[in-house]
Design a protein around this ligand. Structure first.
Ligand SMILES: [Zn+2]
Length: 356
């Protein structure tokens, strides 16, 4: 056993610390960040089953970020909204392939957003390809704050719809893939998530582009996905929030980061309780996936898995476990639903229905 491969090493914690399973959240939850399609294929086969899992987990409403545009948008709206109109919100997405060949792609995308909102979309999702891999018709990478996109972000403000934007990724994804990289196993599994090299901008450049975008569009509401890709640096996230009142952040898929710094995370979530929204980013999503988040947010349990699948010996993001932050009720309420209701007031009905 003195040459055990890392992938075969599955240590079991012998810690006998108190453990609380939180089956239901203390307050209604709105999931601001979730999906229904992955790489073009539909993931939600049975809407009633999805709603049953949401009910089990105390999730009163959910935002589907994969609405796309045109016919696809109508399909999503019809699927989610025809039977459960109060419990689902659909965001449009950017159809870059259709517009980037044109010099005026920003105007074209703004016009498309207006059409999508008219059809029923209640926000726009921007994916991390912006700033990383998308190129204009001259072959140049399009920065997150590219001026040609001004019409798109201004139109969102005019239409009063929020932008949920995933830019950049974990800091380690921008580092060399060597024996020091804390996401080594994950990047070996997903080599396309590795953005190190001359063809990609450095992590800090993307953060600076995003800050400039927020400054340029103060009327536009932005939700920075995954703690604005800065969960490893919550002081930095705090500064970003302080400097830009038009920014919220979601906590989707960042339990591994938040939960390994429980003192800092508890302070951050409390100090910026008005600016943080709940999201899961896992689909179709069963109740147990939500419950890991509740355990993190509501308990002070120590050193527990940040993933839900108990058969999985190690977490995807790295070989560590997490600690609960035991938030106060008023903070929980804001993160679970109140901030999202501020952004999308229509969701108030779902929260009130759950409160009885
Ligand atoms: Zn996502």
């Amino acid at each position: 056993m003195n040459d055990l491969p890392l992938a075969s090493y599955h240590p079991k914690s012998m810690l006998r610390a108190p453990a609380h399973k939180v089956l239901r959240p203390r307050f209604p939850v709105v999931d601001m960040h979730n999906h229904s399609e992955w790489q073009g294929s539909w993931q939600v086969t049975n809407l009633d089953q999805l709603v049953a899992e949401m009910d089990k987990a105390g999730v009163v409403a959910r935002v589907d970020l994969d609405g796309g545009n045109g016919d696809r948008l109508l399909r999503h709206l019809d699927f989610f909204r025809s039977r459960y109109p109060e419990r689902f919100v659909v965001f449009a997405s950017c159809d870059w392939a259709q517009h980037l060949p044109y010099d005026n792609f920003g105007e074209r995308m703004a016009a498309e957003l207006a059409r999508s909102v008219k059809a029923g979309a209640e926000g726009l999702k921007v994916w991390k390809e912006l700033g990383l891999t998308l190129r204009d018709n001259q072959g140049r990478v399009i920065a997150v704050d590219d001026e040609r996109l001004v019409p798109l972000f201004e139109t969102a403000a005019d239409l009063n719809v929020p932008i949920l934007i995933h830019f950049a990724d974990p800091i380690a994804f921008f580092q060399p893939l060597d024996n020091h990289n804390e996401r080594y196993e994950e990047l070996m599994e997903h080599p396309d998530w590795h953005f190190y090299g001359d063809q990609f901008p450095p992590f800090d450049a993307l953060q600076q582009q995003f800050a400039r975008l927020l400054t340029r569009h103060p009327r536009t509401t932005f939700i920075g996905a995954h703690v604005a890709s800065l969960a490893e640096d919550l002081r930095g996230t705090g500064q970003l929030l302080e400097g830009h009142p038009n920014l919220y952040v979601d906590i989707a898929a960042r339990l591994a980061e938040l939960g390994r710094q429980p003192y800092t995370a508890a302070d951050f979530l409390t100090q910026y309780a008005d600016r943080v929204v709940f999201g899961l980013d896992s689909w179709p999503a069963d109740a147990d996936e939500y419950r890991v988040y509740y355990r993190f947010l509501e308990t002070r349990d120590e050193y527990f898995p940040y993933w839900a699948d108990e058969d999985s010996p190690v977490g995807e993001s790295g070989r560590w476990q997490i600690y609960g932050v035991g938030l106060e009720d008023d903070v929980l309420q804001k993160i679970y639903y109140a901030n999202t209701v501020n952004i999308i007031p229509r969701l108030k009905a779902a929260v009130e229905a759950a409160q009885g």
